[in-house]
Design a protein around this ligand. Structure first.
Ligand code: PIR
Ligand code: CA
Length: 325
């Protein structure tokens, strides 16, 4: 079993990530932490509790940072709506928040478990992760891996090159990429392959029951938003891809790269600058005079869409069966 702390800003695809983490027996979900991103910290924290209530999930939920380190707050109302999770009925929380701040929850949990066993899965802006690294630097060598949703190497979704999670808190993201731990960057180039296709939506609806209905309503809303805003035919399930990789490390291919975050560009702030070590038919760029490149970030490339869809269906089935107990 892979131990996971899921740091999120639910968020439609965050909700599916929570359900996949709680609904797959290969994942030991130690807790959920929240961060301002898709909506304000109050809203996304409430949404995390509602997702847990809707799916019968009982794990600690700790509220985190309410604003980025340096930048001013940006939310994604056009995609996620006024609540941050518009569409499904959002049930009353079934339990209280963990009393700790998310940063302390992350530190306590990483320090309490054996070294090299806890995976961090940040799927919102990296504010909590950067604050935790600064407050307790020993977590950096103790964490087994950081599998984050963020960035892109071909095209952004906020600006031509910048992806939302990195764009919202670029300074935090740069700190996370720079730190000496194993990072997998699951960016838009990967997650735009993880679509809630008509076929996947039909398979989930066919399960029936409250979890199936919740997920159906999630995809109805975000599917309409993605059609309207991006002219996508189906909505990407970005954040669940990180969890999918911890369940099945071969579900996507990766290539090693040096990843830096643009902090000052006039048009490119928040862009992940991805220098691949091995580009077929090409030499990698040598790096700057000031800094040796180090190709230690695994960048996700090619998703096995069938296996991803099967994981999501399986998790909804398991959560549904658990609710009946
Ligand atoms: C998705 C997100 C934010 C804005 C848009 N337009 C689309 C959220 C998702 O929850 C995911 O974590 C990441 N940020 C994708 O950019
Ligand atoms: Ca998210």
């Amino acid at each position: 079993m892979e131990k996971v702390i899921l740091d999120c800003d639910p968020g439609h695809d965050d909700a599916i990530a929570i359900m996949l983490a709680a609904g797959n027996p290969a994942i030991d979900l130690l807790g959920i932490t929240t961060v301002a991103g898709n909506q304000t910290i109050e809203k996304v924290t409430r949404n995390a509790l509602s997702v847990c209530a809707a799916a019968g999930i009982h794990v600690p939920v700790a509220r985190g940072a309410s604003a980025p380190l340096v930048a001013s707050q940006v939310v994604a109302e056009d995609i996620h709506g006024a609540t941050g999770l518009d569409g499904p009925a959002l049930p009353e929380p079934a339990f209280a928040l963990d009393p700790r701040h998310a940063v302390d929850f992350i530190i306590d949990t990483v320090m309490a478990h054996e070294s090299n066993t806890v995976n961090l899965v940040p799927v919102g802006p990296l504010t909590n992760i950067a604050l935790a690294m600064r407050k307790e630097p020993r977590i950096i060598e103790r964490v087994k891996s950081v599998v984050l949703m963020g960035g892109a190497h071909t095209r952004g979704n906020m600006t031509p090159h910048a992806e939302f999670n990195i764009y919202v808190d670029p300074e935090a993201a740069e700190a996370a990429f720079r730190a000496d731990w194993n990072v997998t960057m699951v960016g838009l180039d990967l997650t735009h392959q993880a679509l809630a296709s008509a076929e996947l939506q039909a398979r989930v609806r066919a399960i029936g029951g409250p979890v199936s209905e919740f997920v159906g309503a999630v995809w109805d809303f975000v599917g309409a938003a993605y059609r309207e805003v991006y002219e996508f035919e189906a909505p990407p399930v970005h954040d669940a891809c990180c969890v999918a990789a911890l369940i099945d490390p071969t579900i996507f291919t990766t290539a090693m790269a040096d990843v830096r975050v643009e902090l000052r560009g006039e048009w490119t702030r928040g862009t992940t600058v991805v220098n691949f070590r091995d580009v077929p038919g090409m030499h990698h760029s040598s790096g700057s005079a000031e800094r040796q490149t180090d190709f230690r970030t695994a960048v996700a490339l090619q998703l096995d869409q069938q296996r991803f869809a099967d994981q999501v269906v399986d998790a909804v089935e398991r959560l549904t069966a658990n609710l009946a107990k």
